[in-house]
Design a protein around this ligand. Structure first.
Ligand code: SF4
Length: 352
């Protein structure tokens, strides 16, 4: 099925229950399974930025590869414009032209032996059948759309003649050549100098608004997610632990892990003390902890946290979090855990 124009109220791209387990060999200990992504659901509406935030090993890059179909999910499904995505070669080609991945490393994502013109004209020929003078005009238009102007100055340069930020803009322009509906940006600024990160983030924001793209912004930096995103999805150890409107999540985080991320990202606009002191490290995804995967690091952990995975519960308007502290049935235990955590230096628990 080739997907048609957008449908009102239907997300451009939606994931339902995506799970990815990688089988691995452990030498004499035999085979094992990496639980890289578990039951992840999210929606990417047009003209919005959704940030997926988490530490290294949280599963956020696995998620972006599942969404591009670079890897096949163990279970779960993808819907493009509300329609399940098929597996035929024709459907794969249609999907690839609608959903484009921008990689983290602008230095390796462009081929150093070819100039900017080659990188832009190739997808224009393959996906849009452009030829001759039209190719030149469309390539220049792409450069202008990513603010590399005047376009003539950049069209015949080679990647090594460009700065990191300019390369990332060329990589984004190459993605726009196929007229995608969805842009998946996996840590697109983490390898750039701090001084040029803001320019690339602003470009993504412009593309969201001007081209009505649905953008997934994968990052370890929750402060930049607050700056750019409409919605924030927080991942820990392969699972979504909290999601909701970006400002609300960063102003009133409900999950202790979100509070840990925020405490590690000083924000001059946020008042009040650091909310949680970090302890420990993310778990192995080969043998993740039972119950809540965050419980070995959580200062609010209660006995139930090691025994049963917490349900996803409302934490505010359009905000949900997977944490037992939010359960109305656990109020007394939560208060006790908060008292213990307070004695250890953490501030009030999320459900308080
Ligand atoms: Fe997980 Fe329990 Fe801590 Fe909530 S309180 S994050 S359920 S360990």
């Amino acid at each position: 099925m080739v997907h048609g124009p957008k449908r009102p109220g239907v997300p451009a791209l939606e994931a339902r229950g995506l799970t990815k387990h990688f089988p691995v060999h452990r030498g004499l200990r035999g085979r094992a399974v990496v639980h890289a992504a578990e039951d992840i659901s999210l929606a990417l509406p047009e003209a919005t930025v959704t940030a997926v935030v988490g530490e290294s090993g949280s599963g956020k890059s696995t998620l972006s590869r599942l969404l591009t179909r670079l890897i096949t999910p163990t279970s779960g499904e993808l819907l493009l414009d509300g329609e399940p995505v098929g597996t035929s070669a024709r459907e794969r080609r249609a999907y690839t032209s609608q959903v484009h991945l921008v990689l983290q490393d602008p230095f390796s994502s462009l081929n150093g032996v070819h100039g900017v013109r080659y990188h832009l004209e190739r997808p224009l020929k393959l996906h849009r059948g452009a030829r001759g003078e039209q190719l030149d005009a469309l390539a220049k238009e792409l450069l202008e759309r990513v603010s590399l102007t005047p376009a003539d100055r950049y069209l015949d340069k080679f990647p090594h003649e460009l700065s990191g930020g300019q390369r990332q803009r060329v990589a984004i322009a190459r993605g726009l050549a196929v007229r995608p509906r969805v842009l998946l940006a996996d840590e697109p600024v983490s390898m750039l100098d701090v001084s040029i990160r803001l320019g690339v983030l602003n470009l993504l924001d412009e593309l969201r608004e001007r081209e009505r793209l649905a953008i997934l912004y994968v990052t370890h930096d929750i402060a930049s997610a607050r700056y750019l995103a409409d919605t924030v999805v927080v991942m820990y150890a392969g699972q979504v632990v909290e999601s909701g409107p970006a400002q609300q999540i960063t102003d009133s985080p409900a999950h202790p892990y979100t509070r840990l991320l925020l405490s590690a990202a000083p924000d001059p606009h946020r008042s009040g003390p650091v909310v949680l002191r970090g302890r420990g490290a993310p778990p192995s995804l080969i043998d993740p902890p039972g119950g809540c995967r965050f419980h070995p690091r959580c200062p609010f952990a209660m006995p139930v946290c090691a025994e049963a995975a917490p349900p996803t519960l409302p934490a505010g308007p359009d905000q949900v979090a997977a944490c037992w502290l939010l359960s109305p049935d656990r109020t007394a235990e939560a208060a006790e855990a908060a008292a213990v955590a307070g004695a250890d230096g953490a501030t009030s628990h999320p459900g308080a």
